[in-house]
Design a protein around this ligand. Sequence first.
Ligand code: HEM
Length: 491
Amino acid sequence: MAPRISPANADPTAAARSTTAPGPRRRLHDLPGPPGIPVFGNLLQLKRGSAHQTLEQWARQYGAPFRFRAGSRTFLVVTNHEVTAGILRERPDTFRRSSRLARVMEEAGLEPGVFIASGEAWKRQRRMVMAAFDPAHVKAYFPSLMEVASRLRRRWLSAAAQDQAIDLLADLTRYTVDGVAGLAFGAKVNTIDGREDVIQRHLDHIFPALFRRTMAPFSYWHYVKLGPDRHLPGHVQAIKEAVRGFIADARARMVADPQLSEHPTNLLEAMLAAAQREDGAVADSDIAGNVFTMLQAGEDTTANTLAWLIWLLKRNPAALARCISETEDVAADLSSLGTERLAQLPYLDACINEAMRLKPVAPYFINEAMHDTVVGDVEIEARTVVWSINRFDSVNEKYFVNAGAFEPERWLAGGLHGNDSAKRVVMPFGGGPRICPGRYLALLEIKLAMVMLLANFEIVDVWTPDGKEPREFLTIVMAPVGLRMRLRVKE
Ligand code: HEM
C-alpha cells in the first residue's frame, strides 16, 4: 500500500509516525486554488524573485492545501509543518527532489551530487558526504575558516577607517565563497581581498542559467538558445576541468601523506577517503558532482542567513546588546577561539534560530512523489510535485506568540515556547534523511563571523537605500536586497 503523509494531531510524537488523515479523500483537482489563464495557468502570476510571497498569499487566501498550475502541470501546496515533516521523512522511497532539476543538470553536463541524486545513488553519496561532515573533521577545517574570518576583519577595518558604506551581502558572500571553496577544493581562494576567483566567475554564470531552465514552463532551450544558454557549455566545461584538477591534486597530496585519509583537512580529502572505504562503489564523477554541490549549497545559504541576522539584530538593540555581552569574553581572546567555545553561545544560537524562523533562506521545499500516494487527505499521482511552504506555520500566532517579532528568548530553555516545540515547527535546514548535512559547518561559519564582527566593531548602521525593510528576493535562496552597513572600530 502507498505510504501516506498527514497532519498529526496534538500528540508531539505523532509527527514521528506516518499516518493518514481519517475520513474522505480529495483529489488534487478538487482543491481550491487561484484561477489561471489558458496554456500558462498561474505561471505568469509567479514573478521572478517573489514567488514565495505569492504562494504564501495564496495559502492565506485559498486555505491550504491548495493547487496551482504552470503550463500543463498541476502542483500541490501544503503549509502544515507536520505534513511537511512527513514528506521530508518519506525520502528517498516515496519522495525525491524535483526530477526536472536533475534533468536540467544532467542535460547541462553536470554530474549529479547528493542534492540531486535519488534512490541508491543518493544513499551511496550521502554516506560519503556525511563522513566529510563528521564533527572531528569539521574541527580540523576550523583553522582555514579562521583565516578567512581574519581576512574579512581586515577588509572591514579598512572600510571603517575610511567611514565607507559596506555592501553587506557582497562582503558576506566573499566570506562564504572563500570559506566553502577553500574547504570544497582544498585550494586557497581569496575573493575578500579582491582577487578574482575563476571558479566563482564560471559558477556565477552556471547557477542563474540552471535556475532559469528549472523554472521555465517548457524546455525552450531545445528550440532557441538565449545568451546564458549559449555560454553555458563553455562555463560547465571550464568548471569540470578545474574540479578534475583539484581532485588530482588532492589525490597526490593523500598519496604523499597517507595521514590525510585519517585526518582530512578539507571536504574533498574527506570525500576521497570515504570513497576509498566504499571499495570502488563511488566514481570520480560522484566526487566531482559533490564538490560542485558543496559550492552550490554552501555559499549563498550561509551568506544570506548572516545578512538577515545582522539586519534583524541592528533593529533590535536589546538583542544586539545581549549578543555583544555574551560574546565579550570570547572576543577578549580571539586567538584561542575554537569550535568548543563557539558552541557555548546560547543567546547567539537563539538569535540565529530566530533569524532563520523569520527569514529562512529556503522559504519552501519542493519534492516530487515517486509513486501514487496520499498527502494529508489529498490523493496524488506519481510525479506530482509538492511545494511545502516552510514559512507559514513558523510565523503563525497558533505556534508563536507575537509571531512576527524578533524575540530570540523564545528559543532559550524556559522561553515562552519551549525550544523543542519551536524546533518542530521551524525547519530552516529541512528534515528527515535529507536534512542539510552542512548545517553544523554553516552555524560555525555564522558564529565565527558574528564574533569577529561584534568583537572588533560597533555597528553604526545597517540600512537600505530607500530606507525601507530590505526586499526579499528569491532566486536560489531568499536574499535581502540592498543592505548597507557602516562600522566603527571598537576602542
Ligand atoms: C545557513 C546555511 C544553510 C541553510 C539554511 C541550508 C539549508 C538547506 C536545506 C533547506 C536543504 C534541503 C534539506 C531537505 O531537503 O530536507 C539543504 C540541503 C543540503 N545542504 Fe544546506 N544549508 C545551509 C548551508 C549548507 C552548507 C554550508 C553546506 C555545505 C558546505 C550545505 C550542503 C547541503 C547539501 C549537500 C544538501 C543536500 C542534502 C541531501 O539532499 O541529502 N548546506 N540545505
